[in-house]
Design a protein around this ligand. Structure first.
Ligand code: AKB
Length: 340
């Protein structure tokens, strides 16, 4: 099998860790990782080459692009929704200009190598924006095209970046008399909140679910910043990684779109508490809603309709709510804190 060279931005983030540990199991993969921060030794050792730097620095990106021929780019680097709301201009730079820089790198790479470069992009349920709770309840599971009226900087950045990807794939420099060539095969999954047993997210608004679990595992009191009836979709991290790998592996002919919802389970915060407490009986979890973060969650859907992904590339999560807790989250998070 031919060796694939894969670039991963935001390698130090939650998805980056999961993706790298999975990809490193295969011999025919060379991972080139970028992050602002230094990677831990285990993750670093799984990579062929690691660069510390900023995706906004085009000279830095050019030097990496000159040194490697990439088959696939996983562009994971982003500022999540809560942090983006506090620093909107920085978020716009990282989430939009950063994505633009990586798409430019992909097209240059494709031109130089004379072949298509795959660009795998995680978007988010933050691209949705429901106007009020009544509409949210009535709307239920949203498909890719309904209610894409985001109210957060992060959601706007993600929705726009989905469209940028589509532009680079289908309409890039459409007026050129002599097209320069180069082609980007853009593939995007819209993630719900992700829950990992090994890492905690920073700066997201869906963080209440992973925080509830990790605080319980550490026997620490948790003030949950949402109302008990808050319901948004979630997914166990192994399924998140699997979704990225599966969309990358799908044949181009099977894909009828560039953007796909992926869903898994959709518990209320109250149901999450009950499940966490059944595993960690002494867990102390209190609901103390932060009204502003709550208002963001109230605009995100109760669930997503992922039938397009199921039909086109055979998406199917391995973990439902019960299995995620029983077979992955609880045993793995216990082991994680025991080993610390
Ligand atoms: C966030 O909360 O910002 C992210 C997301 C849902 O994309 N976890």
């Amino acid at each position: 099998m031919e060796t694939k060279t894969i670039l991963i931005t935001g390698a130090n983030g939650e998805i980056g860790h999961g993706l790298i540990s999975h990809l490193a199991e295969h011999d025919h993969v060379k991972i080139v990782a970028i992050d602002l921060n230094t990677l831990d030794d285990t993750t670093r050792n799984r990579c062929f080459k690691v660069y510390s730097g900023d995706i906004l620095d085009t000279r830095f990106l050019d030097s990496i692009s000159t040194a490697h021929d990439f088959d696939v780019i996983y562009h994971l680097a982003a500022l999540l929704s809560t942090r983006a709301e506090r620093q909107p201009t920085i978020a716009h730079k990282v989430n939009v200009d950063g994505t633009l820089n990586l798409l430019e790198m992909a097209i240059t790479q494709s031109r130089l190598q004379g072949k298509e470069v795959k660009f795998i992009y995680p978007s988010s349920i933050a691209v949705y924006g429901l106007p009020d709770l009544k509409t949210k309840h009535e709307a239920g599971r949203l498909n890719e095209d309904e209610w894409t009226e985001p109210r957060t900087m992060y959601g706007i950045n993600k929705l726009y970046s989905e469209r940028l990807g589509r532009y680079y794939m289908k309409f890039y420099r459409q007026l050129d008399a002599n097209p320069m060539g180069g082609s980007v095969d853009f593939r995007c999954v819209r993630f719900p909140g992700l829950i990992s047993a090994f890492t905690l997210p920073t700066g997201g608004t869906s963080d209440f679910a992973p925080e509830m679990l990790h605080y319980a595992a550490k026997s620490e009191h948790y003030d949950c910043f949402v109302r008990e009836d808050t319901r948004i979709p979630f997914m166990a991290m192994p399924d998140g990684v699997n979704a990225l790998l599966r969309i990358e592996a799908a044949s181009r002919a099977s894909l009828s779109s560039q953007v796909y919802n992926v869903g898994s389970f959709s518990p209320s915060a109250g149901e999450l508490k009950t499940r966490v407490k059944s595993a960690f009986r002494s867990a102390e979890i209190e609901f103390r809603p932060d009204l502003k973060r709550q208002a963001i969650l109230d605009t995100w859907p109760e669930d997503v309709d992922d039938s397009r992904a199921r039909k086109d590339w055979g998406w199917k999560p391995e973990f439902d709510f019960e299995k995620a807790f029983e077979e992955y989250l609880v045993p793995a998070v216990r082991e994680f804190y025991r080993a610390k």
